[in-house]
Design a protein around this ligand. Structure first.
Ligand code: HEC
Length: 136
């Protein structure tokens, strides 16, 4: 009797995991796009090595666990995630406007947290840093 009950709970738990997984993958299939007005936003931070360095520091504290030390989307937590953290060096990310990247950092989706609590200047510096990784 006790074993039966345990089995039922295990089945229920597995079912719940499957449902959550399905919901997550269904959400992941939709393209992730910023609204046009957000895409058009210009990066107000200076385009200089100092800003890139600032962005790198913020990324090292907050992002490497998922996006990896070089931004390739291969951080230690990446293995457990689907969809995978974006590869910042990829053509796909590099083809996006600064405004779009800023909006995605600010908004988040699924396993990607929202970083709205970081000052705007730090988020724009992150965009400068991500840009500096293009072609690497
Ligand atoms: C807990 C893991 C995790 C952390 C921490 C994390 N990300 Fe992400 N990130 C993701 C995942 C997963 C995605 C893919 C989301 C999707 O496509 O639905 C993503 C996507 C992105 C994208 C979108 C790329 C694109 O163009 O589609 C950007 C930009 C990004 N992350 C930047 C950051 C920055 C900057 C930080 C640190 C401030 C950060 N992320 C921290 C998991 C993470």
């Amino acid at each position: 009797m006790k074993a039966r009950l345990t089995q039922a709970w295990v089945a229920l738990a597995l079912g719940a995991v499957a449902v959550v997984g399905l919901a997550a993958s269904a959400r992941a299939q939709a393209p992730w796009e910023a609204p046009a007005a957000e895409k058009a936003k210009k990066n107000p931070s200076p385009s200089d090595p100092k800003t890139v360095e600032q962005g790198k520091k913020v990324a090292q504290i907050n992002c490497v666990s998922c996006h990896g030390a070089m931004g390739k989307g291969d951080g230690v937590a990446a293995a457990a995630l689907s969809p995978k953290p974006a590869d910042w060096t990829s053509k796909k990310v590099q083809a996006e406007s600064d405004g779009e990247i800023f909006w995605k950092i600010s908004t988040g989706r699924g396993a990607m947290p929202s970083w709205k609590h970081l000052p705007e200047s730090e988020r724009w510096a992150l965009v400068r840093y991500i840009r500096s990784l293009g072609g690497k």
